[in-house]
Design a protein. Structure first.
Length: 150
């Protein structure tokens, strides 16, 4: 199979469906914290707003300007992040990174929908975009934690 055919296969119907239906696309006006992450390689950006109560995300908003792979990741993260703790989000991030970088298994629930991005492991130049939603969410959660404990 040619490289072009492999890339077309990577952008499966399922990935494109996720990218077209990203949840929580409305930014929060009363966020506890906001974080923006950018992939220097491709210019993709994800901005995340969170409200955190008792260590759990209670409200979430995101602005996603990324390739279909980054959008698909943001869709799965956004669909499953409310009610999660920082440790749970970190675990999802670590599992996704292991799947992409070292052939690890697909992330466990609640982020198991990210298994659709398994074929992207072969495309290292796409990894940063795929990780943006988790990275921005974790940064916002850390900022919210720091602000609330200050």
């Amino acid at each position: 199979m040619t490289a072009d055919a492999d890339l077309i296969k990577l952008y499966s119907t399922r990935i494109l469906g996720l990218a077209a239906d990203i949840p929580h696309r409305t930014r929060l006006t009363d966020a506890d914290a906001t974080a923006k992450r950018r992939s220097p390689l491709c210019g993709s950006t994800v901005t995340v707003d969170v409200q955190v109560t008792d260590g759990q995300i209670t409200a979430f908003g995101q602005d996603v300007k990324a390739c279909a792979l980054g959008q698909a990741a943001a869709a799965v993260v956004g669909d499953n992040v409310i009610g999660r703790t920082e440790a749970e989000v970190q675990q999802g991030r670590d599992e996704l990174l292991a799947m992409l970088k070292s052939g690890g298994p697909a992330p466990s629930a609640p982020f198991n929908g990210l298994e659709v991005l398994g074929p992207a492991a072969e495309y290292k130049n796409r990894h940063a975009s795929i990780m943006l939603a988790f990275e921005a969410t974790l940064e916002a959660m850390a900022e919210a934690r720091a602000t609330k404990s200050a």
